[in-house]
Design a protein around this ligand. Structure first.
Ligand code: HAS
Length: 547
């Protein structure tokens, strides 16, 4: 990888891991506070720590990591960046970083304890919202730099489908840019004027809806880079190839179409949205499950084909032939495994009536720890093990590989304990996001009698997770600065599997068509309900007075 491309990638990656270690420390504090085992100093409170935990891990770690992965992968598959791409990537990186600093300073100083979902009626300091706006603009600049790089490639290769990695990166960036329009609208036109005191109220329902217009595709912005790894990188690591190029591309196109007009499934219990629109978006949510099922099918097929090629016999004999001793594979396999209950939980959440049972309970916290917290995060760990040596030119030594197994194993055990407890506690009625029911409060005692459904399990899980996170950061530091340099034979490669695009229909890369259909679907799902929210607000478009 050429030096200029490498440098900007490394900055994104380094920043991601700084956010990661601080964010996981806040997670450790969380489980102890909820357990009533920890008294925070007077300048810190539960909501402040919870906001820092969510923002640093779910928003900052993921975003910086994703851009590092995209930059390295686009440089690897489409060729080195031109000077303009490098320049704009840097500008984007610094704007994103500035936005992050502003938002985090406000959180730490206790002026933005509004949680990572930050929607109204909670209000933060205006600088927090300005930080958020800069964060989004920074990611847009980095996105357009990569899109520019892709356009240059397409011009030079007229009529050809781009490499699968690049195609998937562009699909993810398109999804991100369209999704952010909702959060940009609410931050610029609602939150900034409101927090500056220019208007005396905010239309709460509108702000929540614009947030979730962004908030659900946000989870696919996290998931799709993991899917890129599952489709393009894992097959290479196991010595196989991509099962079907057109299926892989189709699944990403379906995400562009269906991941946005579904935000109301986070608002099923809210008044102010007619049931018809909730129902329509629930149906669309079930459509967005399809590309994940296609992914599961295709990954299984890749594994089976490769296992049989290596001599695996019988119904499951091929499983034993997979390279279990290679932590780059095993870590991602465990990540995939967690997504089976994770995805099933999502389907439960999205089922209109069942949502009544789990909404605003700890179940939801369990759900996102076995979606973004394991399948996505652990895939990122699996990528880290070769991405850092690829960038630093160092070796992934045998002893570091052993540590990596320990790290992945402890993360899996910690998540299993913590998220199982969270799911069960949620079903028993334990609420999420409240300092009121610390688990030793009288009223809450009855919930915590089961072996797994108790607060101790959750705290043990959380502690194991923090140890695992520290181990990961230790490995990162070693791979970055201290492991021995690789020679020609032990050089770490960026693995990209062969994907046969001979019979892939060209229409799959006709972005105008897919963006057009996505806009129509968004317009159908959102125009009427958003117009009703604006129309019915007592103060016109700025909306309700805050209470
Ligand atoms: Fe979700 C809430 C519905 C997926 C993240 N979700 C959340 C929140 C987060 C989140 C952060 O409908 C909380 C937001 C908040 O703070 O309030 N979710 C879904 C649905 C899916 C889904 C239908 N969620 C995700 C992903 C996330 C994520 C992915 C992060 C990355 N979610 C909801 C709903 C709520 C919600 C409601 C609101 C709840 C409420 O009321 O507040 C689907 O996309 C899931 C489809 C996935 C599958 C699984 C496919 C399996 C695969 C693995 C294959 C394995 C292999 C290995 C090959 C159908 C691809 C095989 C090995 C073996 C040995 C077997």
């Amino acid at each position: 990888i050429p030096k200029p491309d490498r440098k900007v990638t490394q900055y994104n990656l380094g920043f991601a891991y700084i956010a990661f270690i601080i964010g996981t420390l806040c997670g450790l504090l969380q489980v102890f506070i909820r357990n009533d085992a920890l008294q925070l100093p007077s300048w810190l409170d539960y909501y402040q720590v919870l906001t820092a935990h969510g923002v640093l891990l779910a928003l900052v770690f993921t975003t910086f990591f994703i851009f590092a992965f995209f930059q390295a992968g686009m440089s690897r598959t489409l060729g080195s960046f031109g000077s303009k791409v490098v320049l704009w990537s840097w500008i984007g990186f610094w704007v994103t970083t500035l936005g992050t600093f502003l938002a985090v300073i406000m959180i730490v100083s206790g002026k933005a304890s509004v949680l990572y979902t930050f929607y109204a009626p909670l209000q933060a300091h205006p600088i927090f919202y300005i930080g958020l706006a800069l964060f989004v603009v920074g990611t847009w600049i980095q996105s357009f730099a990569l899109i520019g790089h892709y356009r240059v490639w397409r011009k030079a290769n007229k009529g050809e489908l781009s490499p699968l990695f690049a195609f998937m990166t562009i699909a993810t960036l398109i999804l991100w840019i369209i999704a952010c329009l909702g959060v940009v609208a609410t931050v610029l036109f609602q939150f900034i004027p409101w927090s500056l005191g220019w208007v005396d109220g905010i239309n709460v329902e509108l702000s929540r809806s614009l947030f979730w217009y962004f908030g659900h595709p946000l989870v696919y912005f996290w998931l799709l880079p993991a899917y890129i790894a599952w489709y393009v990188i894992v097959p290479k690591i196991i010595g196989g190839k991509v099962f079907s190029d057109s299926l892989a591309r189709m699944s990403f196109v379906l995400f562009i179409l269906f991941s946005i007009p579904v935000g109301f499934h986070h608002q099923l219990t809210e008044p102010g949205i007619a049931s018809f629109w909730k129902f329509l978006q629930t149906v669309l949510t079930f459509m967005v499950i399809i590309p994940s099922l296609m992914t599961a099918f295709s990954i299984f097929a890749t594994f089976e084909l490769r296992g049989r090629e290596l001599g695996g016999k019988g119904l499951f004999g091929w499983v034993t032939k997979l390279p279990w001793k290679d932590v780059r594979f095993t870590s991602i396999f465990v990540a995939m495994f967690f997504f089976i209950p994770g995805g099933a939980g999502g389907i439960i959440n999205a089922s209109f009536q069942l949502n009544e049972v789990i909404h605003n309970t700890l179940w939801v916290v369990g759900h996102f720890h076995i979606t973004v917290g394991t399948p996505v995060a652990m895939t990122f760990f699996g990528l880290t093990f070769w991405l850092i040596p690829y960038l630093s030119g160092r070796k992934f030594t045998k002893s570091l590989q052993k540590l990596a197994f320990l790290q992945v194993g402890t993360w899996a055990v910690g998540m299993l304990l913590m998220s199982t407890a969270q799911h069960l506690l949620g079903l028993l009625g334990a609420p999420r996001r409240t300092a009121y029911t610390g688990y030793n409060h009288e009223q809450a005692q009855g919930w915590f009698e089961g072996l797994v459904s108790n607060h101790v399990t959750m705290a043990i899980g959380g502690s194991i997770l923090f140890l695992s996170a520290s181990l990961l950061v230790f490995i990162v530091i070693q791979l970055w600065w201290f492991a021995p340099y690789a020679d020609e034979n032990s050089k770490v490669e960026f693995p990209i599997a062969i994907s046969d695009k001979e019979r892939t229909p060209k229409i799959l890369e006709n972005w105008k068509v897919w963006i057009g259909i996505a806009i129509v679907l968004i317009a159908v799902a959102y125009t009427v309900p958003l117009a009703e929210m604006i129309q019915h607000a007592p103060n016109g478009s700025t909306g309700f007075k805050t209470w």
